[in-house]
Design a protein around this ligand. Sequence first.
Ligand code: PMP
Length: 304
Amino acid sequence: MADRDGVIWYDGKLVPWREATTHVLTHSLHYGLAVFEGVRAYNTELGTAIFRLQDHTRRLFNSAHIYQMSIPFDQDTINAAQCEVVRANELESCYIRPLVFYGSEKMGVSPKGATVHVAIAAWPWGAYLGEEALKAGIRCKISSYARQHVNVTMPRAKVASTYANSILANAEALDHGYDEAILLDTEGFVAEGAGENLFIVKDGAIYEPEIASALTGITRATVHTLAADLGIAVHTRRLTRDDLYIADEAFFSGTAAEITPIREIDGRRIGAGQRGPVTERLQSAFFDVVNGRLPEYHHWLTRV
Ligand code: PMP
């Protein structure tokens, strides 16, 4: 990722991609406290536009607030910077990664005295779980690792340290021949995917787990809106792993994963073992929205 052409926005300036570096004694590298976002720009009917940019930036600032990191820029600047990065790299559609981290002024658990830095990179990134996965669906494994308890790492924050937990779960799933992991909370109820929120469909209605231990996904919020438009009820309640086994359909939502059907969990076929009709309707509405084909959702698109 480091050796390529292009520019990265780094503390207020565009710098050549290869020069956007930091010292090995960077505090965040040692103690895992960095907050970040994953955002997508699509080549829409209106031109290249970032999907729900302001919502992502707000969550970034909330993540920083939770961890008492003081971002030395305001939200408007970070919004404009993301547009600038997409433009400067001449990207039509891409993934955008804003990252807020502590610098290398000091060691020790307390970051007090370390400078807060902001970097924003963007690069082309196709379907996170593969193009085929969007159609055929993926196979998931319930992880033997629990998602952190609500009082361990803060679930409302998109913080780097949470992803050590995601990496354990994802690696275990891949080692067992699955495509992605589903994590349960410390009480054994369904939390989320390693990098996605999860939904199931049963008797025509959508169910999602309470998001106590899960990230409040922006794609998840989009699913709520689109389901309401399509007249499909969404119920939020505690879900058990066997609720998933007997679901008619299951799917992930996420900026990277978009809407990805799940066709199998722990060796059990979900529904007909393929993308289900409710998932397909939502997925199709989602791609219409992000690609600017529905004027009523143009307010979610920020042209770069
Ligand atoms: N949960 C986790 C752990 C994630 O990493 C993500 C991706 N950011 C999500 C859920 C989905 O969030 P969003 O829809 O905002 O991308």
